[in-house]
Design a protein around this ligand. Structure first.
Ligand SMILES: C[S@@+](CC[C@H](N)C(=O)[O-])C[C@H]1O[C@@H](n2cnc3c(N)ncnc32)[C@H](O)[C@@H]1O
Length: 263
């Protein structure tokens, strides 16, 4: 089902004029209906429109799902940036071998934490393009990255520099010239067993769950000048299936980064 048929946009209970503006903007962007809220509960809105998701414009943009709320939060990136400022290294940045001014194609934006860390690592002259298949997730995270405040100026600057494109990574990769990015990165949903997830992570209800194809890796190798990186659980057979033989990551960590060097 197309996502615009699965979501309705409304405003929070104490909506200010700017929330109405944002809600209408989001409804238009997503091709979704805008629901007049009044005193109606979210459950009633969901029922009236027959959709599983309600996007609410309030102090921050939230998507209400049966498994909880989905919203942008720089929390996960926060700790990693704190460690980087202390001079510690980050496994992802080592895997993509980040340098000042790097051009990184992050094929799987998700909640945006990795993209913020990449952006911080590549600095003001870097270029981070982050792709997301789900229009709702792309719109939610793009809004968060564009407007979120209250962090250190260097974190805010890193968030603002991430350029989000709502696209399928295979389509996007096919359209890129050879060697147009330094690194191409994939962090797919596939490794997470669907049964384990249901009540835990509302992203899973919206995310594209397909595994990375061999063709996507081939295209990524063509587009990357230096590295193609895949994040997976440490024991994943995806690394072998897709031809990754070199790894980065903590010895005892349950995730690893598979690294392919471009020739
Ligand atoms: C595990 S999450 C990525 C998490 C992210 N690295 C972060 O730091 O928050 C995977 C995301 O990739 C998206 N995705 C999966 N397949 C995709 C595709 N073919 N094209 C674009 N995005 C895709 C999913 O919708 C999901 O939001």
């Amino acid at each position: 089902m197309e996502e615009q048929n699965r979501i309705v946009v409304t405003v929070g209970h104490k909506a200010k004029p700017e929330h109405f503006v944002l809600a209408r903007e989001m409804a238009e962007k997503l091709g979704a209906p805008f629901a007049e809220r009044g005193n109606i509960s979210l459950a009633a809105i969901r029922e009236r429109y027959g959709v599983p998701f309600v996007m609410i414009a309030k102090e921050r943009l939230v998507v209400d799902t049966q498994d909880g709320e989905l919203y942008f939060h720089p929390g996960m990136a926060h700790l990693r940036l704190k460690n980087l400022r202390r001079g510690e290294s980050d496994h992802l940045l080592r895997a993509i071998d980040i340098a000042e001014g790097a051009r990184v194609l992050d094929c799987t934006l998700g909640m945006g934490a990795d993209a913020i860390v990449e952006s911080y690592g590549a600095g003001a002259t870097g270029e981070i393009v982050a792709l997301e298949k789900s229009p709702v997730v792309a719109a939610l995270i793009a809004h968060g990255l564009r407007t979120s405040e209250g962090e250190r100026p260097s974190t805010v600057a890193a968030m603002r520099r991430v350029h989000i494109v709502c696209a399928d990574y295979l389509d996007f990769l096919r359209a890129q010239p050879d060697k147009s990015f330094d690194a191409v990165y994939f962090d797919p949903m596939f490794r997470h067993p669907f049964t384990e997830s249901a009540g835990i992570h509302p992203l899973r209800l919206l995310a594209d769950p397909r595994p990375v194809s061999a063709e996507a890796i081939q295209e990524a190798k063509r587009v990357a000048c230096r590295r193609v990186v895949l994040k997976e659980s440490s024991k994943s057979e995806e690394f072998a299936r897709l031809g990754f033989t070199e790894f980065e990551g903590g010895k005892y960590s349950n995730v690893r980064y598979g690294v392919m060097r471009a020739r």
